[in-house]
Design a binder for this molecule. Structure first.
Ligand SMILES: [Zn+2]
Ligand SMILES: [Zn+2]
Length: 266
């Protein structure tokens, strides 16, 4: 075990403060990563403030962060996919049982025993897992991702949560040319959705309550921007889009489901 610098919150109302947290020495299949960048996801804020207390109460102190990009510093003897010096990333989960039907189908995010990157029971050290607001993390290689070295690493970090949360349903719903994609809210997920949908060749319509976000939406790739407080503007798009749920967790759990995008053929 070793100590790593981190930022943690001691309670729901306290700000993040510098601290030290324990990390395990890499075991056989572990990858140790020096964290270079970590995105700030709104889930971090919800968790720090214990706003999901009904179904995912926060254990304090909490170290949030699940959009992690860094450099591999050490690997266990059984690690074949990474070596020291590689650029690597970690998203919102760090382990699963590996044996259930969901894991066997490659959908570890639906595993009933998934271990989230922070605030999940830590089976190695006890207590709960600590996330990416830290200088170092140790993760089983099954949950470590490759990052092309030609990417801007700071800009790549949000791909690990906001990115996959928008990319996954777009692939499932076969978003591409000849599709129209509506993005409700130009936020962390929304701006990713705009960029992906545009890159996939779709016609992109952003719905926003804030007229001043119009320029940014267009700059990011939107073809049209609708100010949703404007009834006339909304009326022009009536029945133009069919909504679907952007689902990152099984719908049977009580996790809040983000509804962010809609798509239909035009
Ligand atoms: Zn997130
Ligand atoms: Zn499983």
């Amino acid at each position: 075990m070793y100590n790593a610098k981190a930022y943690s919150a001691a309670r729901a109302t306290s700000p993040l403060a510098s601290t030290k947290i324990p990390r395990r020495e890499p075991t056989e299949h572990d990858v140790q990563i020096e964290i270079l960048f970590c995105g700030i996801c709104h889930s971090d804020v919800h968790s720090v403030r214990n706003e999901w207390s009904e179904f995912m109460p926060t254990a304090y102190p909490i170290v949030p962060g699940h959009e992690i990009v860094g450099r591999v510093t050490k690997v266990g003897a059984g690690v074949s996919k990474f070596k020291a010096g590689d650029i690597a990333a970690v998203g919102c989960m760090v382990d699963s049982d590996g044996t259930c039907p969901e894991c066997r189908a490659g959908s570890e995010n639906f595993c009933p025993n998934v271990v989230l990157t922070f605030n999940s029971p830590d089976k190695h050290l006890g207590g709960v897992t600590y996330g990416g607001y830290s200088e170092s993390i140790v993760v089983d290689q099954r949950f470590v991702l490759r990052v092309p070295s030609n990417l801007n690493l700071a800009a790549a970090a949000p791909l690990l949560c906001a990115g996959i949360t928008t990319y996954s349903p777009m692939r499932r719903w076969k978003v591409g040319k000849n599709k129209k994609v509506g993005v409700v809210g130009l936020g962390g997920l929304g701006h990713m959705a705009v960029k992906f949908a545009r890159a996939l060749g779709s016609h992109v319509v952003v719905f926003t309550t804030s007229a001043h976000k119009k320029e940014d939406a267009l700059r990011l790739g939107a073809h049209e921007v609708v100010v949703s407080r404007n009834a006339d503007e909304m009326q022009k798009h009536a029945a133009a889009l069919t909504s679907f749920l952007m689902q990152s967790r099984p719908i049977t759990t009580s996790m809040p489901i983000s509804t962010c995008s809609a798509a239909r053929a035009i």
